[in-house]
Design a protein around this ligand. Structure first.
Ligand SMILES: *Cc1c(COP(=O)(O)O)cnc(C)c1O
Length: 355
C-alpha cells in the first residue's frame, strides 16, 4: 500500500478515483466519456450546478457571493485579484508569509502600489507575523491562510477592517470558515478539492466592477459570474472530479467532521515529532499547519537514511520543499489516519534501529 503525502497534486479518496475512472469510459450512461462530452450538454451543466451547490452548502456561502470555477491556478489569481479590484494607482496591503504570498504581492505590484504590512522572511517563514497595521487607504488586504511550503497556517482572520482577500489553496474545505469574513477567497483545486486544472473563486459581488479598469474579458470575474463559469470551455474533468470529491466530503458529514479528523491527524504526527529525538519540527508551535507538517533531522545522512526507509514502507512525497529541506508530510482531507500511523511507525522504527 502506498501512502501519498505529496503537497499537490494530492491524494483524493479512492472512491472518487474509482467513479472518475468509470466516467472516463461512460459518463452517466450517456455512452460518452466525460472527456468528450460537450460542456454545453445538459449532463455537464448539471455537474457545474451541483459542484457550485456543494461549495455553497459545505462552506455556507452567502447568496451575495459568486462561486466560480476558473483556470490558470492560484497563480493566475495573483494577477486577477488586483486587475479586478485594485484601481489604477491604488494601494493594496499584503502579508508576506512565504513564497506564494510574496509571489501574489509581486504580481499586484505590477498593477498598483503594494505595501508589505509584515513579513516572516527573517526566519525563513517559520512563523506568522502577528502585530502589524494595515494602511487605512489600502483597497484590500491579502494573505495566504496556509503556507504549504513552510507548514504554517493562519486559522483566525487577522483583525483588519478593509476588504480581505485570502489564498486558501491548501486549506480550503479542511476546516470551518466564515465566508462572510472575506471578500474574496481563491484556491487552486489540486491541494484539497480535486485534480489540477480548476481554480475555485468565491467572491462578494459588491466588490466587483469598481476598479475603473478595462479588464480583458477572460480575466474579468463579472464575465465569468454572468456566464455561470461557462464563459469559455471550463476545465471539464477537474470540475467533475472536484464535484465527486465534494460529494464524498458531504457524505462524510461535511467540513465540521473532516476538521475534527484533521485535528487528530495533525496532533498524532506533531506528537511523534516532539517525542522522537531524531526529528524536529520547523514551524513555530503556535502557527503549525494542520495540512502540511514540516520537520528536519540533525544530519543530511540521517535524512537520506530515513527517506530510504520511508520509501521501503510505501510513504510517498515526504521530501521537504527545497527552501526548507528535511521533510514535509501533506496530510490533506483524503489522507487517512492509517497513513499517519504508517509514517509514525516508520519514525519509531528509525529510532529503534539507530539509538
Ligand atoms: C500551490 C499553491 C499555489 C500555486 O498554485 P497553482 O495552482 O500551481 O498556481 C498558490 N498558493 C498556495 C497557498 C499554494 O499552496
Amino acid at each position: 500500500m502506498k501512502h501519498n503525502f505529496g503537497a499537490g497534486p494530492c491524494i483524493l479518496p479512492k472512491e472518487v478515483f474509482q467513479e472518475a475512472s468509470e466516467a472516463v469510459i461512460d459518463f452517466n450512461n450517456t455512452g460518452l466519456s466525460i472527456l468528450e462530452v460537450s460542456h454545453r450538454s445538459k449532463e455537464f451543466e448539471q455537474v457545474v450546478i451541483e459542484a457550485e451547490a456543494l461549495v455553497r452548502e459545505l462552506l455556507n456561502v452567502p447568496s451575495d457571493y459568486s462561486v466560480l470555477f476558473l483556470q490558470g491556478g492560484a497563480s493566475q489569481q495573483f494577477a486577477m485579484v488586483p486587475m479586478n479590484i485594485l484601481p489604477e494607482g491604488g494601494k493594496a496591503a499584503y502579508l508576506d508569509t512565504g513564497v506564494w504570498a510574496s509571489k501574489a504581492a509581486k504580481e499586484a505590484s505590477k498593477l498598483g502600489n503594494v505595501e508589505i504590512v509584515a513579513s516572516s522572511s527573517d526566519k525563513n517563514y517559520n512563523y506568522i507575523p502577528k502585530d502589524f497595521a494595515v494602511p487605512a487607504d489600502a483597497t484590500y488586504f491579502h494573505y495566504t491562510s496556509n503556507n504549504t511550503i513552510y507548514g504554517t497556517e493562519i486559522f483566525e482572520k487577522p483583525a483588519v477592517n478593509i476588504p480581505t482577500v485570502v489564498d486558501m489553496s491548501s486549506d480550503i474545505f479542511s476546516r470551518v470558515i466564515n465566508v462572510e469574513d472575506y471578500d474574496l477567497i481563491y484556491a487552486g483545486a489540486q491541494k484539497n478539492m480535486g485534480p489540477a486544472g480548476a481554480t475555485l473563486v468565491i467572491v462578494k459581488n459588491d466588490i466587483l466592477g469598481k476598479s475603473g479598469r478595462t479588464i480583458p474579458t477572460i480575466f474579468d470575474y463579472q464575465a465569468h459570474a454572468k456566464a455561470g463559469s461557462m464563459y469559455n470551455t471550463p476545465p471539464v474533468f477537474s470540475i467533475y472530479v472536484s464535484m465527486l470529491n465534494l460529494r464524498w466530503l458531504k457524505a462524510k458529514g461535511g467540513v465540521e467532521v473532516i476538521e475534527q479528523e484533521n485535528i487528530v491527524k495533525a496532533r498524532t504526527l506533531y506528537d511523534e515529532i516532539e517525542r522522537n529525538p531524531f526529528f524536529k519540527g520547523t514551524a513555530a508551535e503556535a502557527d503549525r499547519s494542520r495540512m502540511n507538517v514540516t520537520f528536519v533531522m540533525d544530519t543530511a545522512e540521517q535524512e537520506a537514511a530515513f527517506l530510504e526507509l520511508a520509501k521501503e514502507r510505501g510513504l510517498i512525497g515526504i521530501k521537504g520543499h527545497r527552501s526548507v529541506g528535511g521533510f514535509r508530510a501533506s496530510i490533506y482531507n483524503a489522507l487517512t489516519i492509517t497513513s499517519i500511523n504508517a509514517l509514525v511507525d516508520t519514525m519509531r522504527e528509525f529510532e529503534d534501529r539507530n539509538k
